[in-house]
Ligand binder design. Structure first.
Ligand SMILES: Cc1cc2nc3c(=O)[nH]c(=O)nc-3n(C[C@H](O)[C@H](O)[C@H](O)COP(=O)(O)O)c2cc1C
Ligand SMILES: [Mn+2]
Length: 541
């Protein structure tokens, strides 16, 4: 299938797949929009979720706005995310798509002009349509957040020494017609550009892009090594170079088919307080700082679509994309870089903000049980991908579905001894995790306590929930009975089954010959003979 040229082309595909709902009635962008979008994350099963396109937005004082709002359109669910990635809706197809993009990045192609230049507000005319107030920028976590949030910005900037381009998604809020900010985490790449400009005593030139094609959005939110341009990887994802145009007032290129581009600069001699802002951990943060952003030029398409990307309380678009991307990364790391072919699957979970909780499924190669030391190599190695996540890593056997927490906790309940099968690893970070320390401590101290007399850093827990010796069979009918029953089930037209692992019994090595014989006799209906044998074996006590 051809790559999406722009957000609009993608929204058409999403609508065709029945995964986009248009809301035509007037919606208050500051009080009604986000609660509607958030309901589906708290009230629908993942497969039922969709993206929203709001056609008519109003403000609390009767304001009207230019254009529409697309919210939760990239990844309300795994199925939608697969449409954005232009691949089959299986985890493997999605991992492969990312692997291919990293293997074959394509640098962007400069074109003379593009739809994003349909309207240009600069110089004298900068405020002709009200600056940022032209657009329906929604308030996102109503009741806690006080200002409209620019949630889907893809910030383009350059390393002032090397000229290397970075694109990263960092939230900002509306602080005036030409004023916003960027809430860049300590590890955000734009922060490195900012620090280098600060060292030189100059502001950082930036372009904040709203609503480029999905490939750019998806790379902008993904942790790609510093120095590798997200635009190149986006070209790899799309299968063709991203077309870019020169900015009007800064030395940067931006996607030619984006909806809106905000050009300007970030001062490096001061920062601003970041107003209350919802985080992916499920809490609303306070007392953080943000980089100030002065807008010098706005270019946009006619009837622009404001792109709102949903983060905050999980599940969210952020955790739908984050789970897949981190799974692809971790499995590649454990199998490829660490050389552990026994790793079959890696699952990340929404409840961990797609970072803190991971389950590693190990397979027995050629019927030989994966050794304990290999299990521990995988658990220990999983910690190497980040300073703070996973915070909880659990190793399970092949018969456990690592995405089904009921299955995972069954393994923890019956294959794991806390005192013996747990390692707690100290010296870990804890970005945005309030359990690290109260906010009365400095941020650095919350993220990595350095108390010399006490414990250093935060910690992660490694849990080996694999079977360590032969077990008796699982207490479910064996495969042939369950398969035959499934045929009857389907012939009877009973409701469609969604099999959960394990869905049939398996022998785990502890099944003495006498029991096997009886079970076979039972299969032939020789109950009297079995009973006779049992009655002969009475033991006096
Ligand atoms: C919806 C969404 C919102 C995000 N908001 C922020 C944010 O406000 N600040 C931040 O530092 N990272 C945020 N992130 C994570 C970054 O986009 C991600 O770490 C990305 O790798 C940043 O680009 P960089 O690696 O080039 O710095 C967000 C991610 C998503 C999916
Ligand atoms: Mn980057």
């Amino acid at each position: 299938m051809a790559a999406y040229k722009d957000l609009r082309g993608y929204l058409e595909a999403l609508e065709k797949a029945g995964k986009l709902k248009r809301i035509r009635r007037a919606i208050n962008k500051d009080t009604e929009l986000h609660p509607l979008v958030r309901w589906q994350f708290r009230g629908l099963d993942e497969g039922e979720r969709f993206g929203f396109l709001f056609d008519r937005l109003v403000g609390t004082h009767g304001e009207s706005y230019n254009g529409a709002v697309a919210s939760a359109v990239i990844a309300p669910s795994l199925e939608a995310y697969a449409i954005a990635l232009n691949c089959a809706a299986t985890r493997q197809a999605m991992y492969d798509r990312w692997a291919e993009a990293f293997r074959r990045p394509l640098p962007p192609k400069r074109v003379p002009s593009g739809p994003v230049k349909e309207e240009i507000h600069a110089g004298e005319g900068l405020l002709a349509h009200g600056g940022l107030k032209e657009f329906p920028i929604p308030v996102t976590t109503n009741g806690w957040e006080a200002l409209p949030r620019l949630s889907g910005l893809c910030w383009v900037s350059k390393d002032p020494e090397t000229g290397e381009v970075n694109v990263g998604t960092y939230n900002g809020v509306l602080l005036g017609p030409l004023e916003s900010c960027a809430r860049v985490s300590p590890r955000g790449h734009m922060r490195i550009h900012w620090q280098k400009c600060k060292g030189r005593g100059v502001p950082l030139q930036v372009a904040a892009v709203v609503g480029p094609s999905p490939a750019v959005v998806m790379t902008s939110i993904t942790e790609i090594p510093y120095g590798v341009s997200e635009l190149d990887v986006a070209g790899g994802l799309a299968g063709e170079p991203i077309e870019v145009v020169r900015c009007e007032t800064v030395d940067l290129d931006v996607p030619a088919t984006a909806e809106i581009v905000l050009e300007g600069e970030i001062p490096t001699d001061y920062v601003l307080p970041d107003p209350a802002s919802g985080e992916h951990t499920g809490y609303t943060f306070i007392d953080r700082s943000a980089l100030a952003f002065h807008i010098r030029c706005i270019t946009h398409r006619k009837n622009p679509i404001w792109h709102d990307l949903v983060d905050q309380f999980p599940p969210s678009e952020s955790s739908v994309m984050g789970n897949i991307n981190r799974e692809a990364h971790m499995i590649n790391f454990l199998r490829g870089s660490c050389g552990i072919p026994q790793v079959k699957d890696v699952a990340f979970h929404h409840c961990g903000g797609s970072r803190r909780l991971t389950v590693i499924r190990l397979q027995d190669l050629g019927g030989t049980r994966t050794s304990n030391r290999t299990v521990w190599q995988a658990l220990n190695a999983s910690l190497a991908v980040s300073t703070e996540w996973p915070k909880i890593a659990i190793a399970v056997d092949d018969d456990i579905d690592p995405w089904d927490l009921d299955s995972v906790f069954w393994a923890i309940c019956f294959r794991y001894q806390p005192h013996r099968d747990t390692h707690i690893v100290q010296g870990r970070g804890a970005t945005a995790d309030q359990s690290g320390g109260p906010r009365t401590l400095s941020l650095d101290e919350q993220e990595y306590p350095t108390n010399r007399s006490g414990l250093q850093g935060n910690s992660s827990i490694l849990i080996d929930a694999t079977r360590k010796w032969p077990y008796t069979p699982t207490s479910l009918p064996t495969k042939k009975y369950m398969e035959r029953a499934r045929e009857i089930w389907e012939e009877e037209g009973l409701p469609p089954l969604k099999p959960r692992e394990p869905w049939h019994g398996v022998s785990w090595g502890e099944w003495p010959e006498s029991y096997r014989r009886h079970a076979e006799m039972g299969d032939r209906g020789e109950f009297d003979k079995i009973a006779e044998e049992i009655l002969q074996q009475k033991k006096k006590v």
